[in-house]
Write a protein that binds this ligand. Sequence first.
Ligand SMILES: NC(=O)c1ccc[n+]([C@@H]2O[C@H](COP(=O)([O-])OP(=O)(O)OC[C@H]3O[C@@H](n4cnc5c(N)ncnc54)[C@H](OP(=O)(O)O)[C@@H]3O)[C@@H](O)[C@H]2O)c1
Length: 286
Amino acid sequence: MRVAITGTTGRVGAALARHFSCEHEVIRLPRAEFDFSDPEAMSARLAGLDCEALLNPGGLTSLEACEDSPELARQLNVEAPARLAEWASRRGVKLVHFSTDYVFSGREPGLRVETETPEPLSVYGATKLAGEQAVLAHPGHLVVRVSWVFGPEKPSFVDSVLRDALAGKPLVAVADKWSLPTHTADLSRWIESLLIQGADGLFHACQSGEPASWHDLAELVVEELFRSGRLAERPEVRAQALADVAAFRAERPLFTAMSTKKLQLGLQESIRDWRDALREHVSESR
Ligand SMILES: NC(=O)c1ccc[n+]([C@@H]2O[C@H](COP(=O)([O-])OP(=O)(O)OC[C@H]3O[C@@H](n4cnc5c(N)ncnc54)[C@H](OP(=O)(O)O)[C@@H]3O)[C@@H](O)[C@H]2O)c1
């Protein structure tokens, strides 16, 4: 399969490019060559693009940047995917667009399912939802919601905990917000399987298990470092309230753990627990 991928300098795009390169031909479309804020340049590149699938993890992913620049957020998270979906439909290309659990208000505990009505709380969530809708308006494409993505390609929250724990720095993590994380290696395999099966529509793609807070994730990282002998003592992770994180100006939803039931049915395989995926990530991180 010939697969074009946007956002290949990002966490998800880099993982997809690495995974798909093993068995498929990959065309990388990083921002430097395919800038979503330049529609004319995009059209020119799309005119000469020859692929069977187009994977779109690119976009404006910082919640605070979206609050500060709502017009840019619209351009990158709504207009660009709409343009890609229109082009893909016209050319008979399968589009896989990536979205987020932050489309939900997350006011109630429990697992969010694909049929639940989204109610975003932030500019980021609202623009990601509008981007999903623009893609799904064209039949045959795939929208995949991911959450708290981690993997070897680009450091995330769990890597900052790992680094600080090994450096003996104090550890603190938010304990009153829950989700389920997504491992980039697992995600890349799921996307390949969904593509091969010809799946379409909306899928939630994260690890299985009990919903976790960032504090739960941090606790597991230090537990694994201690168990494997990389830390002589197990440091305390101080619990913090979401409301006390001064850097978070955009409102974040509290309960956005997503159900993996539809994904498991679609893949005909079970999804591993976030604890197993995170333990593997920590053991492979140096
Ligand atoms: N990471 C998470 O925890 C998480 C959680 C939920 C949902 N998601 C969703 O998953 C997808 C991928 O996220 P990610 O973690 O890979 O994000 P990321 O690491 O921030 O990567 C975003 C990518 O988009 C590119 N980009 C930014 N501005 C662009 C522009 N003007 N034109 C073209 N490309 C541009 C970036 O390029 P530069 O490197 O040049 O800036 C980067 O390659 C996104 O749709 C995001 O909403 C992620």
